[in-house]
Design a protein around this ligand. Structure first.
Ligand code: ATP
Ligand code: MG
Length: 881
């Protein structure tokens, strides 16, 4: 095979299929758009499912792409096999009801072997086919001329993921020679199609020709499709004659960086090599995923990222790296991949921040896990047990990210074993759960065929018009295509042209009315959505009989639309203002543009401060008051991007795009409706800022009348406060509050001094009541003071004077009883101790306490016993003296 760089291998594939009339698609975001069934884009076909199942019309029936993909089920293979990654690029070519087996096979062979293209040695190639696929066999044998012994029949070559399209496939293998094999030449798996390292699977061509029905029978699909995927990294490894995918220009720069950080050499020791490879693989996946808007978290996608980061840290530890290091690899990944994936470099700072935070947190978790493991080991040692049970080992793995080997290592140090079977059992149970989740994740829906005959394009006239006359071209009610809709019925209608906007890009659909020629209302339009073919679908409730092919007058709710327009343009202004004030890492993560408010989600790590909010509002309002005219430009995607137009994360755009420009302040790709001058927005006000998930903030804002009403409401709150404070004007409110606060402070001080005075008076009365037994003078009484600290104040006063030899005070405070005992030195010399006395009398308050010989305190739960406790003092003195 020709020696090529990674970029050349990719480009050659795309060029080849372009020469076969394929439209080349831009890579889509790794985060699936509008597809809740998929966690990640995991193949080329995943991004274009919608063309296969008919939910959207393709730009061409022949498509090709190089699509970044993440496969979580290959995580455990990475680093151990030469050929698996979590993130890899799949070079795909697709036929949507166009060419089929013959072209797909013949072109694959041409691209691989022709001198003009990859120029592989044809002798090295073998293929596998489905045993019953006579046609594929014939094409490989007779058209391509491949010898029979290199066409291997395999039962498993049938692509089937349950209900949905399915069909046989054919896979192409490259023979790397026995020296690459990890198996003996006579091993049963040692053949093209077996699980080994000698024959490398490079290309899988799926002939999707059946529909797998729910009752497990198969019927032929009306459209036969081709879905073919080739692994870019594997092709590069072959082209660069690399030992594994990792010894290529895609991975070596990353590996070299890891080597510099760890001060370990790659290629010397197979265990360390695996760690190098795993880190290099994972950091690519994490960098791409975060750049595409995914963030580490505890479930779903986020959990995968968390696992990848944790595994990288642990493998770093195996290489002796103790400090956080992953962020240093991000620029290297971006250097290698940034030419084709240009947004990587734009998002570099943000990606680094996210990874840094996660890596730091994991270092903390590891320390926690280690503490738990140590406790566990100590417990076992105490009970003379020798084995860490499987569930505990699994918990360490699952919660604290400890791989089994790490737990085992620590256990061995303390001469303990780990129940590996138990651990595996837990692990298997978890895998089972994951498998169950995956199979539901992959099923592909079959086109619902109510819209299958709707081929005509319709025109949206609502950029300039608010009313229009148009013919009905398609009607659906009760799930069926209809010729007419009767009064009171709900239905979905498509008009030849319409001023009604269909919900898209966050902007809600228009509402309004359908009239007949005489101005009578025929139907109310409740909402507008897009049909699979992109036509505007009016969801209506009819008032009168409606006929297909008839003309009607359409009129949108203009006032509502005006409000929506203001909120939409304000959203663009705010998006730019957020980037200006908070930084370029801000990316839209979702939005809602409704008549009464706008809601905007965006990537940002910490809450937006009130100062920042003020700055953002200020900037947006400035642009509103500058009365900037808006301009929309229709152009192709490339020109738009060159103009610096903001495209949204993961959003797919057609060839023709619309750029909404607010002079050169904001440029966004957008199909929505906007004001013609920013001054129409009038006023902009952010009403709320909150967090939604890790690293995503949400802002609610209002414009024009809504913003004014909101401010009015705030003023009303202020007026209420004014009335309560009895202030003359709103301006007086803060001064009033301050003077009241002063007054409160003064009153508090007065109260404090009064309390003090009362305590003194209390002391005087308490200290007057002195009793005497056998020459010992003692004071014992329940007091009226407020709390324990005042009780102690009393004791201090007592100490300073000569009121008695022993002091015993009681207090009831919030349902609890307190006792305090103090002794003069003379008593202590006689052998009496405050602690002994309190122990004796605190029984009566169901409590306990203690202290020094000269001073002791006790608390109890039975205040009713206080008097009894005080009475018991004299008995005690009598006995002790
Ligand atoms: P394998 O058996 O080697 O795991 P596969 O059968 O899972 O491959 P397909 O689902 O047919 O692969 O994907 C099409 C092509 O994508 C494969 O022929 C291969 O070249 C590539 N590919 C698949 N999985 C990976 C991966 N984890 N890392 C790198 N390339 C991959
Ligand atoms: Mg696989």
């Amino acid at each position: 095979m020709k020696k090529l760089t990674a970029n050349e291998v990719r480009q050659m594939f795309l060029d080849f299929f372009e020469s076969k009339d394929h439209t080349i698609l831009e890579p889509a975001s790794l985060v699936p758009v509008d597809d809740p069934t998929l966690l990640w884009i995991n193949s080329g076909v995943a991004t274009i499912k919608k063309y296969f199942d008919g939910t959207e019309e393709p730009p061409n029936v022949r498509l090709a792409n190089s699509q970044k993909s993440i496969r979580t089920n290959d995580i455990e293979n990475v680093g151990y096999t030469a050929r698996h990654h979590t993130l890899f690029e799949m070079l795909g070519n697709f036929s949507i009801g166009d060419y089929f087996k013959e072209e797909a096979i013949v072109w694959a062979w041409e691209l691989l072997t022709s001198k003009e293209w990859y120029a592989m040695d044809p002798e090295k190639l073998s293929v596998t086919i489905y045993p019953e696929d006579e046609e594929a066999k014939r094409i490989w044998q007779d058209v391509v001329g491949l010898p029979k012994d290199r066409i291997i029949e395999l039962e498993e070559n049938f692509w089937d993921i349950g209900a949905g399209p399915s069909g046989p496939n054919t896979e192409i293998f490259y023979d790397r020679g026995q020296e690459y094999n990890d198996l003996d030449e006579n091993h049963p798996e040692s053949f093209a199609g077996g699980e080994n390292e000698r024959w490398l699977e490079i290309w899988n061509i799926v002939f999707s020709q059946f529909n797998h029905l729910p009752d497990d029978t198969y019927e032929p699909l009306p459209n036969q499709n081709i879905d073919a995927g080739m692994g870019l990294e594997r092709m590069i490894a072959l082209s660069q004659d690399a030992l594994t995918n990792f010894e290529t220009d895609l991975f070596l720069p990353i590996i070299e960086k890891i080597s510099a950080i760890s001060d370990k050499v790659y290629g010397k020791d197979e265990v360390k090599n695996t760690s190098f490879r795993i880190i290099a693989d994972h950091i690519r996946a994490v960098t791409f995923a975060v750049s595409d808007g995914a963030l580490p978290s505890n479930d779903g996608r986020g959990y995968i990222l968390r696992r990848l980061i944790r595994r990288s840290v642990l493998h770093g530890q195996k290489l002796g790296i103790r400090e956080p290091f992953l962020t240093d690899l991000v620029p290297v990944v971006n250097e290698v991949m940034g030419d084709y994936y240009t947004s990587l470099k734009e998002n570099e700072d943000f990606v680094k921040k996210i990874i840094k935070r996660e890596e730091d947190r994991f270092h903390e978790t590891l320390a926690d896990g280690l503490a738990i493991l140590n406790d566990l080991i100590s417990d076992l040692e105490e009970n003379n047990e020798k084995t860490i049970d499987g569930a505990s080992a699994f918990k360490l793995y699952d919660t604290y990210g400890f791989p089994y080997e790490l737990t085992e290592e620590f256990a061995q140090e303390r001469k303990l074993a780990v129940d590996e079977a138990g651990f595996n059992q837990e692990m298997e149970a978890q895998r089972e759960r994951a498998r169950a989740a995956r199979s539901t994740e992959q099923s592909m829906s079959i086109q619902s065929d109510v819209f299958k005959d709707l081929e005509e394009d319709t025109e949206f006239t609502g950029y300039t018009e608010t009313e229009d006359t148009a013919k009905i071209i398609y009607m659906v009610a009760d799930g069926k295509v209809q010729e007419a809709i009767e009064p009171g019925q709900r239905g979905e209608i498509v008009f030849e042209q319409t001023p009604f906007y269909a919900e898209k890009g966050g902007q809600v659909g228009d509402t309004g009315y359908v009239y007949d020629g005489s101005g009578q209302v025929v139907a109310e339009v409740l909402d507008v959505q897009s049909a699979p073919g992109g036509q505007n679908l009016h969801i209506i409730e009819s008032v009168q009989h409606l006929d297909v092919k008839e003309n009607y007058c359409l009129e949108i709710d203009v006032q509502r639309r005006e409000l929506i327009k203001r909120n939409h343009t304000a959203t663009h202004l705010m998006h730019q203002a957020l980037r200006d004030i908070l930084g370029e890492h801000v990316h839209q993560a979702g939005s809602l543009v409704a008549p009464d408010l706008l809601r905007f989600d965006f990537s940002h790590l910490q809450p937006v401060s009130s100062e920042e909010i003020a700055e953002i509002e200020d900037l947006v309002n400035q642009k509103i008051w500058d009365s900037i005219p808006l301009e929309t430009i229709e152009t192709d995607i490339k020109t738009a991007k060159d103009m610096g137009a903001q495209a949204l994360f993961g959003e797919k755009y057609g060839e023709e795009v619309r750029v909404v420009c607010i002079s050169d302040y904001s440029r966004e790709l957008c199909g929505g409706t906007h004001v013609s001058n920013t001054s129409e927005i009038g006023l902009f006000k952010i009403t709320q800022e909150t967090g939604v998930g890790a690293g995503v903030r949400r802002i609610f804002a209002q414009t024009s009348q809504g913003a004014f009403d909101w401010l009015e409401e705030q003023l009303q709150i202020l007026d209420q406060s004014k009335a309560l404070l009895k202030a003359q004007t709103r301006q007086d409110v803060p001064a009033k509050i301050m003077s009241q606060q002063d007054q409160i402070k003064k009153l508090e001080a007065e109260l404090e001094s009064l309390k003090h005075q009362m305590a003194n008076e209390e002391a005087e009365s308490v200290f007057e009541d002195v009793q005497e037994i056998e020459g010992v003078r003692f004071i014992a009484s329940v007091t009226n003071v407020n709390d324990m600290s005042q009780l102690r104040d009393l004791a201090d006063q007592w100490k300073q004077g000569d009121f008695s030899d022993i002091l015993v005070l009681g207090l009831e405070d919030s349902g609890k009883a307190n006792l305090l005992v103090a002794m003069k030195p003379l008593m202590i010399e006689k052998g009496l101790k405050a602690g002994d006395l309190i122990k004796e009398i605190s029984q009566h308050i169901k409590g306990g306490g203690g202290g020094r010989p000269d001073m002791a305190q006790a608390g109890g739960s039975y205040p009713e016993g206080l008097d009894r406790a005080i009475d018991a003092v004299s008995e005690w003195i009598q006995e002790e003296i």
